[in-house]
Each structure stands twice: as structure tokens, then as C-alpha cells.
Design a protein around this ligand. Sequence first.
Ligand code: DP6
Length: 325
Amino acid sequence: MRATAKAHTNIALIKYWGKRNEELILPTNNSLSITLDGFYTETTVHFNEELTEDVFILNDQVISGVPYNQVTAYLDLFRDHVQKPTLFAEVNSINKVPTAAGFASSASGFAALAAASARALDLQLTDQQLSRFMRRGSGSACRSIYGGFVEWEKGSQEDGSDSYAIQIAPKDHWDVRVAAVVLNAKEKDLSSRKGMKRTVDTSIFYDAWLENVPKDLKEIKEGIQARDFEKVGTIAEANCMKMHATTLGAQPPFTYWQNVTMDVMQTIWKMRSDGTLAYFTIDAGPNVKVLYLPDNEEKILQTLRNIDGVSEVIVSKVGEGISYL
Ligand code: DP6
């Protein structure tokens, strides 16, 4: 009853922003991401009849408090599934997602935890079933099941049975790069979970967001199939701007951006007007991710590293889906 799984994190080009069911983590809109090879979590789950409670070890440290409670609550889903309420586990995770890079480790974290738990219990799940389990930990985690370019279908069923990820194109379809621009800025104080809830509940711009996503999604999928970088970048950047615009219409209004976030955005716009194709996207935090093609790598990285307030730029290629070790 032991298994180890490795999952990479992902970056959304069309953002998941809002839930229609908070408990089941069902989204209000489809989203689309690239799985990244640079950042991952490796997790071993060992279910053991002799344990009297779960144990969670992260990067060699025994964890208690909120993260521990999240892991045990999540393992309850598997205990329920096999109808063994007292079957506890030791979870041992190595997280190679630098939190400073502004990637939520929750996507790779819950994807690896779900895959290792299912394998440890020998559940023989289909990809759809496994992606649905991942979704229950953190919405964006359900996209990390696959490598390459991945869409999360919001589904329409109330029980979430049709809300899971599908692969749009595999890793080898297209060599696009993503640079994580790490800023000397303080960590976000409003989690994505809280930010999206406030936005859904109060933002006067939220309906406009929802109306627009299907068009962005349709066009970006055409762009990905055709490897049309300008089209994909333009849509991804605009979709990010629309998501962040919804936060300004919330009550109370908020933004994840800081001054240096805007400095990076303006640098990208300037590079583009000078003829270098680079586009940005931003999640629920101040850091910026930059999309570009390999030919322009050197120039773009150098420009990004020269911005005041940028502490580090970390490059990722398109990554693989779940693997078992
Ligand atoms: C802005 O998946 O972290 O990164 O489902 O509440 O755990 P929960 O949220 P999470 O939200 C990610 C939001 C986003 C956009 C995206 O990844 O699609």
C-alpha cells in the first residue's frame, strides 16, 4: 500500500477564476494551461493499518497545523472511497516549486498526492476519475495530470462527474518557454481561493469575464494547434488582464499587482513594440510569467534580469504529466 508519484505544476493561459461549488471545487469557466517541467512535487503515500493518524512530512520536516489538516481532509476522500475510515497514511513530499517563484505549489502538490494515494490503494482509476480526485484538492491541480497543453472542462453536472482535464496537445507539440520572473515583493496576502470567492460574490465585472472566456478559449486552442505564437500570446495576455480587472470591480476592491509587477508588464510591451515577441501572464500574486519562443530566449532573459526589483528569472519548458517512480 505504498506508491510514489511526481507531478509538475502548470500555468494557466486561460484562467480558472471562480467556483460554482466550493466544496466540490467546480469552476464557473473552462481554463487552459501549460504543464511546466521546471517545477514539481514528488510524493510517496504509504497507507498503513498500524497508524492511528496521518503523518505528513514535507521537505524532510514533520508538518502540523493548517497544511497538515488540508492533507488529512484530502486523504479522507480516499478513505471514503475505499470505505476504510481508519486507514491512515504517511505522506512524504519533496516540493521543487520555489514558493518565491509565485507558483502555487498546490497544483503539483495535490496532483502528486492524488496519484500516489490512488496507486497505493491500487484503485485502477481512469484518467478522468484521477483528474476529478486532483480537482478536489485544488482546482488547478486537475490540469497537472497531463503534460503539454491541457484544458479543464468545467462540466455542468452538480456532482462534478463531468469536470476534469483533457489534453489539447502533448509536450512535444510545441517548444514554448515560460520564464518565472521572481520579484522582490512581499507574498500575496489574499489567497487565490479567497480572491476568486470575493470576485464571484461582489465584482460588477464578473459577468463580463464569464461571457468572454468561451471566445478566448476557442481562439487560443486554434492558435495552439496552428503553433501561432502571436495569437496564443495575445489571447493569454488579454485573458490575464481581464481576470485581474475583475478584482478591481470587487467589494472591497483589490489587486495582486505591485509596482514592480507593472514595471515587468511595461518592459514586455516595450520589447514587443521593438519587435521581440514576448507575452506575460499573472496569477493570484505579484509575480509575472513570460511566454516566449526559444529563439528569443537570451535577449528576453537578459532584459528581464535587468529590471530593478527582479530578484531571479527561472526558465521552464513544457513539461510531462503524472509519472510514477
Ligand atoms: C489564478 O487552483 O489555487 O492561478 O481551487 O481554490 O485551490 P483552489 O484555487 P487554485 O486557483 C488558481 C487560480 C489561478 C488561475 C489558474 O491557475 O487557472
